[in-house]
Each structure stands twice: as C-alpha cells, then as structure tokens.
Design a protein around this ligand. Structure first.
Ligand code: OAA
Ligand code: MG
Length: 235
C-alpha cells in the first residue's frame, strides 16, 4: 500500500532505519522515475567523513549575516537557546546559511545539544567548525560545504526555524525543504524527499535495492554483464 499523506503516527525511527540501508543513487533513480529529478542538494555539501550516512525528517533553520546578539534581536523564540531546545527526536537539522561562506554556522557544542534533543545529525548549506571533535561524537553525522575556525557570533545568526527553506540544489538552483520532509544522505550526496511521497519512495527504493543486490552478487560470481542486465533490467 502506498501512503500519500504523512500520517501523524508515522514511525520516524523505523523509516529512518530503513532509509539508512538505501543508497542515495537508488533513491535518485526512484524519484527520477516518479517525476522528481531535482531533489538532490548541492554536491559540495559533503559528510565530514565520506562514509557518513544520515536519514530523518528535516528540522529547518534559516540564517543570515547579522551582527546582533540575542539581547538586541527581537525574536523571543530564539532567545535562551530556543532553536536548539525546539529540535525534535529523530530529526536532521537543515541549515540554509544564505550564501555566507566564511564562518562556521554550526559546531561541536551545538551538535552535542541537538543530539541531546534526539537529532541524528545536521546538513548545512554553509560551514561548520570543530571538525575533529564532531567526528568523535558517537552516532552523529554532519554534512557541510566547508570547515572554518571563524565564530559566527556577531557575524551571522539564525533568523528563523521550523519554516520552509530553500537549499542550494544540483540540477536546479534551489531545492525546497519543508519541516518534516525526509533527508537522506550518504557519500554520493543528499536527497530531499517531500513528506507526501516518503513511503512510496521508501517502498520503491527497497524493491530496487533488492535488484541491485542480485546484480551485485551475480557480477561478483562471474556472470556476464549482458546476461545479468537481461535478468534485472538495469545497472
Ligand atoms: O558557537 C559556535 O560558533 C559554534 C560552536 O563552536 C559550537 O557549537 O561548538
Ligand atoms: Mg565550538
């Protein structure tokens, strides 16, 4: 059965675990065939470790260059670490840094706090600092465009969270990410799956992964490529 709307009782942990076993290349092929070929985030957003994998619903954040500190910034929801405290279990923090390419928009202590609130990692259209320490955090994945020692405070700040954002895309200039859209990333790249089609994408991807496994096994055992191709219909 295909689910077209995100039911409230959707088991996020179960879906994330299943997506972690799927490759973004397979997800791309499934979504391409479903009419969603432009859901791949900018390829320069990479795991700090290329073998990192991530899956979960998006917790969206948008920030811009902004020198004011919390006391002078009239957004009560951001005061007293409001953004970090709002992070929900299982989520992937997704940050649009609005083209700032200098500072670390994220870091080790933010990672540890987000993890306390149940997040599984972060995807940043921008930079992070504290790379080595972040690599030592257990069960934590971080994807960013670059690393930087430069502190964001007084240079850049979060403006809002929990609202739709645009992240830099690969085949299009932007990819829309709404809160709850599924993010799946691995060493190839990061896919954004609209929440309305998440179950259909997952089920079709799992079927395609079974085919991939068959193809892999047959090629490893020496079957000729044309025979294998005829058997599974794709590479
Ligand atoms: O405060 C920052 O700029 C980010 C940071 O270093 C951390 O989270 O550890
Ligand atoms: Mg730090």
């Amino acid at each position: 059965m295909t689910t077209t709307n995100m039911p409230v009782a959707l088991n996020i942990a179960d879906i994330s675990e299943r997506f972690l076993k799927c490759n973004t290349a397979t997800i791309y092929d499934v979504m391409d065939r479903m009419g969603y070929p432009h859901q791949c985030l900018d390829l320069t957003i990479r795991g700090l470790d290329r073998r990192m994998r991530i899956a979960g619903p998006a917790f969206t954040v948008r920030g811009t260059r902004e020198p004011r500190f919390d006391d002078n910034f009239p957004r009560p929801e951001l005061k007293n670490f409001g953004l970090l405290k709002a992070i929900t279990p299982g989520s992937v923090v997704v940050i649009n840094a609005e083209k700032d390419m200098n500072v670390g928009h994220w870091g080790e202590m933010m990672s540890l706090t987000a993890r306390q609130h149940g997040a599984v990692g972060a995807v940043i259209d921008g930079g992070t600092r504290d790379m080595e320490s972040i690599l030592n955090i257990p069960d934590w994945s971080l994807f960013a465009k670059y690393t930087s020692p430069i502190e964001s405070k007084g240079r850049w700040r979060s403006q809002e969270f929990g609202a739709p954002i645009f992240m830099t895309g690969t085949t299009t200039s932007e990819v829309l990410v709404r809160p709850g859209d599924f993010i799946v990333g691995d060493g190839d790249g990061i896919m954004v799956i609209p929440h309305e089609i998440v179950m259909e994408v997952l089920e079709k991807t799992e079927v395609m992964e079974i085919n991939e496994e068959g193809t892999r096994k047959d090629l490893l055992s020496g079957d000729p490529i044309d025979v294998v191709y005829k058997r599974y219909g794709r590479l």
